[in-house]
Design a protein around this ligand. Structure first.
Ligand code: GTP
Ligand code: MG
Length: 427
């Protein structure tokens, strides 16, 4: 089964809890606090793997939770970080945030790794809370919870060249002749139900990937037929080989075919309208001795298309076509798949948050403010210097820290500890 879309939920691991412990050694009567820190929770990491072809696995399993970090233990021993949870994805998978649709990452290369959800921070053990006035803190921090992210996976295959056209015009036959791929070929519509890839190498040293997608029909962009579901797989291709049955064996006019298919492509996405198209006028082996395709050829050339008369059945003309494609691939520059502002939603939201905890120690409340922001302001504060300390207080006020402490029920005279700085609260 070929599955190219999925919506899954990723949850990074919870941080381990900090430990509460006191040193107990034979000849040390009153050992100090030595509870270690909890380890960080496991990250959820997307990994591109060229061995995978579909997103089928995600049909069944929708929720992925990374392991928690280990709790801290005695003797200041830190808990182990949670292991990364790797989500293996086929190369070409786009990861979008489900809520905004923004692109988080485009997994275009085998082995590429992107952290999608960062594990929660481990809690600090009780030895961090020892101060001159509090020799034996009986509390520690809990680990922070992990992050939950709902993401949409969208596989857009990586190919240089896309074969497009009506059903039954010979697209799969071309693929089977110029690559080692063995797509199903038959004389009816929609023989090809899912995309096929093959590698062509018309000259030594040149090679490119060709994608064959199900045939397109009128109204494809509104969901008629199969083609529309698969257009995403030619979004990355720089060149389209537009295949027509030049004899009009099924009663259609090949020039009209080209126009109709192009209308479908452009209705699907504007971006496809600027792609280079090369016309493969197929099935010329069936042309009678007096047949003349110059009218078709001229029409196409007037529109700026180069036309290659070919027979996929006999291989006639295929080599010239492939050499031209190789040459053009060298010359064209491909537009990016997504716009600048669509790219990138932060792959790993930076935890620039304030964390608040309320602990009870010896019947007394202690309010602990922590996190990256708390550490930064404390780092730049000199508590011995009045001006510096006033700046520190103002910074906390401006950032809503006191407001939050009030909500937590702080009373005058109770202790606040911001990272390493401790002071008494007065409204
Ligand atoms: N005589 C002749 N028959 C061809 C040629 N190319 C393809 N055919 C036949 O046309 C029919 C359709 O070929 P496919 O390659 O399956 O066509 P397709 O475009 O992939 O069709 P869908 O997958 O249904 O979209 C088959 O019976 C092929 O053998 C050709 O150059 N000459
Ligand atoms: Mg086919």
């Amino acid at each position: 089964m070929f599955v190219d879309q999925a919506k899954i939920e990723l949850v990074s691991g919870k941080g381990g809890d900090g430990a509460v412990n006191f040193r107990r050694e034979k000849y040390v009567p009153d050992g100090g606090p030595d509870g270690g820190d909890g380890g960080r929770g496991g990250n959820v990491v997307a990994v591109a793997d060229s061995g995978l072809r579909t997103l089928m696995d995600f049909q069944y399993k929708k929720k992925y939770v990374a392991p928690a970090g280990e709790n801290g233990s005695k003797r200041r021993r830190s808990g182990k970080d949670g292991a990364d949870l790797e989500i293996l994805l086929p190369v070409g998978t786009l990861i979008r945030e489900a809520t905004t649709g923004g692109v988080i990452a485009d997994m275009t290369e085998h082995g590429q790794r992107v952290i999608i959800a960062r594990g929660g921070k481990g809690g600090r053990g009780n030895w961090h809370f020892k101060t001159p006035t509090r020799q034996a803190p009986t509390f520690s921090e809990q680990g922070r919870s992990g992050v939950e992210r709902e993401v949409i996976l969208e596989l857009k295959m990586i190919a240089d060249v896309g074969l497009i056209g009506y059903p039954n015009v010979g697209k799969s036959t071309i693929l089977s002749q110029v690559t080692r791929a063995k797509p199903k070929i038959a004389n009816y519509h929609f023989t090809t139900l899912t995309p096929n890839l093959g590698v062509a190498s018309p000259t030594e040293g040149s090679s490119f990937v060709i994608a064959d997608i199900p045939g397109l029909i009128d109204g494809a962009h509104t969901g008629i037929g199969l083609g529309h579901d698969f257009l995403r797989h030619i979004e990355r291709t720089g060149i389209f080989i537009h295949v027509v049955d030049v004899l009009g064996l099924e009663g259609r006019d090949p020039a009209e075919d080209v126009e109709k298919i192009n209308n479908e492509l452009f209705a699907y996405s504007d971006k496809l309208s600027s792609r280079l198209q090369i016309i493969a006028a197929n099935k010329i082996d069936l042309l009678g001795p007096d047949a003349d395709i110059s009218e078709f050829t001229q029409k196409m050339e007037q529109k700026g298309y180069k036309v290659f008369p070919i027979s996929a059945a006999t291989s006639n003309g295929l080599n010239e076509l492939m050499l031209y494609v190789a040459q053009m691939l060298d010359e064209i520059e491909l537009e990016p798949l997504y716009t600048e502002d669509e790219l990138f939603v932060e792959p790993e939201p930076a935890p620039l948050e304030w964390y608040f905890d309320k602990f009870e120690d010896d019947g007394e409340n202690i309010y602990v403010v922590s996190g990256e922001l708390a550490e930064r302001i404390v780092f730049s504060t000199d508590v011995e210097n009045d001006e510096s300390f006033r700046y520190f207080q103002k910074y906390l006020a401006d950032n809503g820290v006191f407001e939050k402490l009030k909500q937590m029920g702080i009373n005058d005279g109770e202790t606040v500890q911001v990272a390493d700085i401790e002071f008494e609260y007065y409204d």
